[in-house]
Design a binder for this molecule. Structure first.
Ligand SMILES: Nc1ncnc2c1ncn2[C@@H]1O[C@H](COP(=O)(O)OP(=O)(O)O)[C@@H](O)[C@H]1O
Ligand SMILES: CC(=O)OP(=O)(O)O
Ligand SMILES: [Mg+2]
Length: 393
């Protein structure tokens, strides 16, 4: 059965086409900087090694990106697919739908739940709803499945998922920490367990367009840095991370509209807001290297946030066996790994700089041989878990 997985990230759009249950990857696609007028990057590769890489593209919307990827699958010269009718299922790495956790067929009720929670997850539910509606039209006979990110974090104990707010808000509105990046942290947990026999005490650092850390104890999520929304925790690419909630009424009192305040926190915060350069860490680092002080500060804040959460989770876990870096920044940015681990040697996190600099596209252990905590770089594979669950439904 051909199962297509759609991963609509906050800064990229990714696809994997699987032949299930063999888990053979037939094609992959990744589109970065969707929305930028002329600076998007498009990568496509299929199992026959046919590859396309186009830079400085104009890919204004996720709809255009999806169409571009599907055109490659249907390319008459390569024919990964003869027709979209061959797609029996499409799995989406969806984020949040009211009262729905885990795996669900995308019925009108589930989509309504995504609409209902749009205010909590605007950067993600917007592109997912648009992608789902596009596939409803393009593949009317395929079963569309949402694998909601919150399921992996249902094991977090109440003393960590409850906010210090009136209890009635929890009872009446369900306000509590939920956590996201479940597909990614679960894959990290499984991969560590495969390598070491058990997950032990692991901190998974998913550093991508959105960033979250997860404390994992013996395969179970026991804490995570996202809350009910994806706006909190460490600084994200253009979202603010943890802030004092009273900044909001204060800015309103100073005359700002709530919409403008929310725009600042969700679109012009994080790396983008501090640096004023970009939401892409690569460009922020380039500016920092050229002497831009705000860009340098943005990088320093980003690293310190990661250190702060690792410290918190080390304390909650009561020690640490494995520290893992994953996702765009975690996998590809040796400088960030080096800066973070450099501040954590006192916790038994001893990075081997030679190994760190040598990391390519494969998983790698980058700690010193005698480091009490192993440090791993593991390429994210959120799509595999989504494909398995989509197929199994
Ligand atoms: N090859 C690379 N080298 C350095 N940084 C990269 C590379 N690829 C991605 N990144 C960083 O990772 C971020 C995107 O991570 P990713 O996990 O793909 O994001 P998302 O799924 O949230 O869209 C980019 O903003 C960029 O800073
Ligand atoms: C929650 C999620 O998948 O976020 P992103 O891809 O933006 O990192
Ligand atoms: Mg992502």
């Amino acid at each position: 059965m051909k199962v297509l997985v759609c991963n609509a990230g906050s800064t990229s759009l990714k696809f994997k086409l699987f032949d299930m249950p063999e888990e053979r990857v037939l094609a992959t696609g990744k589109i970065e900087r969707v929305g930028s007028e002329d600076n998007a990057i498009f990568h496509y590769q299929d199992a026959e090694e046919y590859a396309v890489k186009l830079e400085k593209q104009c890919i204004p919307t996720y709809t255009d990106g999806i169409q571009k990827f599907l055109d490659c699958l249907l390319d008459p010269e390569h024919r990964v697919l003869n027709s979209l009718d061959e797609l029996e299922r499409v799995g989406f790495k969806t984020v949040l739908s009211k009262d729905h956790y885990g795996v669900h067929e995308l019925t009108p009720d589930v989509l309504q739940g995504m609409e209902d929670y749009m205010v909590i997850a605007p950067a993600h539910n917007t592109p997912y709803l648009s992608a789902i509606r596009q596939f409803q039209k393009l593949t009317p006979d395929a079963k569309l499945v949402g694998v909601f990110e919150t399921a992996f974090h249902r094991t977090i104990p109440a003393e960590r998922y409850m906010y210090g707010i009136p209890y009635e808000w929890y009872e009446k509105y369900g306000i509590r920490r939920l956590g996201y990046h479940g597909a990614s942290h679960e894959y990290i947990s499984d991969t560590v367990a495969e390598k070491y026999g058990s997950t032990g005490k692991t901190i998974s650092c998913h550093l991508g367009g959105s960033c979250s850390l997860c404390a994992i104890d013996d395969g179970r999520s026991v804490d995570t840095s996202f809350g009910i929304s994806l706006q909190v925790g460490i600084n994200n690419s253009n979202r603010c991370g943890d802030i004092d909630p009273f900044i909001i009424p204060f800015l309103q009192k100073e005359g700002m509209d709530l919409d403008d305040v929310l725009y600042g926190l969700t679109k012009n915060g994080g790396l983008q807001g501090i640096s004023g350069v970009s939401n892409d860490l690569r460009l922020v680092e380039e500016a920092a290297a050229e002497g831009n002080d705000r860009a340098k500060l943005a990088v320093d804040i980003f690293c310190n946030d990661i250190v702060r959460y690792i410290g918190m989770y080390y304390a909650e876990l009561g020690g640490l066996d494995h520290l893992v870096f994953t996702a765009g920044i975690g996998e590809h940015n040796a400088t960030i790994r080096s800066k973070v681990c450099g501040k954590l040697a006192h916790m038994g996190i001893w990075i081997d700089e030679e190994k760190n600099q040598a990391v390519g596209n494969e998983a790698a252990c980058i700690s010193k041989d005698d480091s009490p905590v192993t440090i791993e770089v593991i390429p994210a594979n959120e799509e595999l878990g989504v494909a398995r669950k989509t197929y199994a439904l």
